[in-house]
Design a binder for this molecule. Structure first.
Ligand code: ADP
Length: 545
């Protein structure tokens, strides 16, 4: 027997309609490529998303056609999220930090029909447009008078002219909720980029889950700044969560340095922000260096790579800001877990709380997770035994766009997505990433967590960034070394740092060597690129090896 409730598909247009009707005057503030700060409301956003939908109809785009974006976080990008998906097309966010060849490869693989780009990326588009034959319309996200006369890009139009003449009334199509809505390629730190194709249903459910109090806790009382780029797994779903809750949105645009982000946070009363650890490193050094305080910020979601415990502690103790450590992947929309304490943890002393806070946290309802051993058997949740992390749920990818299905089945026939991460889960359900499978260091048959080694180095006051990799060793197979970037002006010797490890980890896990470097290579989403670091250190030999 079926229930007798209205059957309404979960659609991205539903989020837009809700925002327009229920918090239409909510503010969306964007620092623009043009340099100024732009303000408008959810109602304005909805009207312009509808104008865009007309423009897409006018361009003859079919349902399911891909519309690519190459843009910073800002209101026009948000209009694309809703106008493209709402009208039944697929928003494909491109990462401008990719190598031009890789970018063209992705555009061709996705068969993008329209590509909308911020003027910052004009040179990049000029370099790649000849290699992107599927793109029939190039759109510059600017006013008509900002369009260069001689761009060399055939048929280039300005976004404002393109959508300008259209009506701000539009009836969104009633789609099947499983219709494709968004496409995002992994950044390629683990091989060739692969596309995760999100549906309306997965996107709406992910927005619901992400807004929960034990996830990102978004509300209409927040002023929220997604520092995480909209091309990095849809800014972790925050633009969708915003329409669902009506929080004020503050987009940092292209100004991603510590000073610009801090100033915008302060002037717009930002209460909640989200980004990768490298961004917060920059922000903290600006704030500490200038003896500043956050006047409104209460919490920041940090994920994408392991957040060093020292950063969690500094935010809490110096600034009264809670770090919500989160874990996810392109293939998981991305939110899988967020670290929020349980009631029973609140009375614990600071140090014990920190030991929990540094974990990647508990699964959000909708996501199930498990760890399995080499034999495929599920491992216990004891906080010690580690295994390959697998996840399942309505916003977890089944198979790659035009690609393979990596899922593994359990005895009950359920599909699990193998994340490529190694983790422990404790009795309270807190998951802790030890490593990526390929970064784990195998020394004498035992595993060493590169993240643990990095976290200890990062707690040293002279260390700005640390990356631990395994080096071949004749006796132990591999031994860890740590590549370190010193803070400007700081003094630190190899011996001092190695001594700093004493008592903080088992003796055999202490790195064999410290290599001082000017910078650690970062990938397109601001994560340490260990593949590149290994290449740079290919002639390195361990002492005594
Ligand atoms: P890519 O795989 O191309 O780097 P993703 O953004 O999908 O791009 O990366 C997902 C991976 O990032 C995860 O599998 C995990 O290894 C890592 N990651 C994400 N969040 C965290 C976190 N909080 N702690 C440790 N690792 C993390």
């Amino acid at each position: 027997m079926l229930g007798q409730m209205q059957s309404q598909p979960l659609l991205i247009s539903m989020l837009m309609d809700f925002a327009e009707r229920h918090h239409g005057d909510g503010e969306i503030v964007s620092r623009r490529v043009e340099g100024d700060v732009h303000r408008y409301t959810y109602r304005d956003l909805a009207g312009r998303a509808k104008q865009l939908a007309h423009a897409l109809d006018g361009a003859g785009l079919a349902q399911g056609d891909r519309v690519a974006t190459l843009a910073w976080n800002g209101y026009r990008h948000m209009e694309l999220y809703f106008g493209v998906a709402g009208s039944g097309r697929v928003v494909h966010t491109l990462n401008p930090r990719l190598h031009p060849e890789q970018l063209a490869w992705i555009v061709n693989h996705a068969e993008d029909r329209v590509l909308c780009f911020d003027m910052t990326f004009l040179p990049l588009i000029q370099a790649v447009h000849g290699n992107c034959p599927t793109v029939k319309q190039w759109v510059a996200l600017c006013d008509a008078d900002k369009l260069p006369a001689d761009s060399g890009i055939p048929g280039l139009v300005s976004y404002e002219a393109w959508i300008g003449g259209h009506s701000s009334q539009y009836i969104w199509p009633q789609l099947d909720e499983n219709t494709a809505a968004g496409l995002c390629y992994t950044s390629g730190t683990t091989g060739n980029p692969k596309g995760a194709l999100y549906s309306h249903r997965s996107t709406v459910l992910h927005a619901y889950g992400g807004a929960l109090p034990d996830a990102m806790g978004l509300s209409a009382r927040d002023s929220m700044m997604p520092v995480v780029p909209m091309f990095h797994v849809n800014a972790w779903g925050l633009p969708y969560g915003a329409t669902l809750t009506g929080c004020k949105v503050v987009f940092p645009g292209p100004a991603m340095d510590g000073k610009s982000i801090y100033e915008l946070m302060e002037s717009e009363g930002v209460t909640m922000a989200a980004g990768v650890p490298t961004i917060w490193q920059m922000l903290l050094s600006h704030v500490q260096g200038n003896k500043l305080k956050f006047s409104a910020l209460t919490r920041t979601v940090i994920g994408g790579s392991a957040c060093p415990p020292a950063m969690i502690d500094t935010f809490r103790e110096e600034f009264g800001v809670d770090v919500l450590h989160a874990w996810g992947m392109t293939e998981t929309s991305p939110l899988g877990t967020v670290c929020t304490l349980k009631n029973k943890h609140l009375a614990l002393p600071r140090e014990e709380q920190l030991q929990i806070r540094l974990k990647q946290g508990r699964a959000i309802f909708g996501v199930d997770m498990r760890i399995v051993g080499d034999d495929g058997q599920e491992q216990p949740w004891d906080g010690k035994t580690f295994g390959d992390l697998q996840v399942r749920g309505p916003w977890i990818m089944q198979s790659y766009f035009k690609g393979s299905d990596p899922s593994v089945k359990d005895a009950a026939g359920h599909d699990w997505f193998p994340t490529g991460d190694v983790a422990t889960i404790d009795a309270d359900g807190f998951m802790h990433i030890t490593d990526r499978t390929k970064d784990v260091i195998k020394s004498g048959g035992e595993w060493i967590s590169s993240i643990d080694i990095e976290n200890i180095a990062m707690a040293h006051p002279a260390v700005a960034m640390a990356a631990c990799i395994g080096m071949p060793h004749p006796k132990w197979d591999e031994r860890p070394i740590v590549a370190v970037v010193k803070k400007p002006g700081a003094e630190l010797t190899r011996e001092e740092l190695l001594a700093f490890y004493e008592g903080k980890t088992a003796k055999w896990q202490i790195p064999d060597d410290v290599v001082f470097v000017d910078a650690i290579p970062l990938g397109a989403t601001g994560k340490m690129l260990k593949t590149r670091l290994r290449e740079l250190l290919k002639d390195y030999r361990l002492p005594g090896a």
